[in-house]
Design a protein around this ligand. Sequence first.
Ligand SMILES: [Zn+2]
Length: 470
Amino acid sequence: MTNSNYDIVIGLEIHAELNTKTKVFCGCQNKFGQEPNSNCCPVCVGMPGALPVLNKEALKLAIKAGLACDCKINDYAVFERKNYFYPDLSKAYQISQLVKPICIGGFIELESGKKIRLNRIHLEEDAGKLTHQLNDTHIDYNRGGVPLIECVTEPDISSADEALEFLQKLRNRFIFADIAHCKMEQGGMRCDVNLSIKPKGSTVFGTRTEMKNLNSFKSVAHAIEYEAKRQIEEIEKGNKIIQETRKWDDDSGISSSMRSKEDSQDYRYFPDPDLLTIEVEPSVVESIRSNMPLLQEQRIQIYSEEYNLPTSDINILVNSKLVSDYFDNAVKLLNEPKEIANWIITELLKQDVSEKMPISEQKFTQIINLSLTKKITRSNAKILLENIIQTNADVMETAKQLEMLGDISKEDIESIVINLISENEKAVADYEKTPDKVVQFFIGNVMKQTKGRANAAMARDIIIAKLQNK
Ligand SMILES: [Zn+2]
């Protein structure tokens, strides 16, 4: 793809479904995977006389998305009808925002320091879904009316790698701020790519094409590489690029012309007479801003600068919002970030944590604390953790039942150790040569004499102190 005679100019349009309970203009559920056409009403399929009412939660999430991307939040916004016919759109118009979107501007900075500017984020409704089978096409209107935000970038992206990094960062912001789940396999996040090429260094943009609805990051990268190469070949052959919408086919790895590209005037946008102008109070924006969860980048900074965690651990923790939230909650309960990170990574992530964590933060930190305060040994703490993950029983009760809590006093352990030392002269003599082995020998004997009820960590400290004073 790299042809050094040309610059590649890419702009992205990203649609993300918002995490609301209900749809954007009616009371139907916003839920994936329902029986087809079981989750619709006269409003979302556009029956005559049915009136839309804006879901305030969707508006708040759209504002939140703007704040997460450093956009300016407009003090008012207008819903417009975007008119077109397609079978997945039963109203023959989509309620969207053109002239006065809820958020404008904003940017996301790439690792290289390059800023990818956003033009806008607006709020709109999703359309239904068509499924093409051998001889039929099925329509499911459940998705119609699901709240969507559309983020439009400026044409600041110049390679597939930059596009992927931008998408990854945008997706992480939406997930960490609880704006959208962005599950691409469920259509929760979709991406259109606008691409043109121009002679290297030229300030005049070439004619662009648009590739629609790319459903994975991999297809975005492939589509960009394919389309840039195709356009360069056309130009080199002396042909013109036609402004058009192209369809990317993941299986064959090629794109094909779908229709000539339409401009916004083709859609005859006009203000929706059924919906009032949205007025955004500054106090509402401020309250959303002050309740924003920490974004991934902010968490990375805290884990690194305040907790001094190694980068490899940080990357594991922030790879999932669920794990990162769990870690943050656990640290609030027990201020031992390093220890907690270790336990999560080595013990909890062995389990399936795709939907939920296997144990509550309370019980988890209680067990870690028992080990840190040497009330139980580290190896017993691990056994206890496995046990509680299975049973969800009370931590202290279980530790008692498993006879893990050392109920032998320090004085008793000391007198046992003194006896053992006087009875095992050979072991004592070996202490300088093989200290670990000798300490282990004495711990084993203390445990044997107390039937495992001594605190092994305490016994170890006493044994070492006595041996060193010999
Ligand atoms: Zn509905």
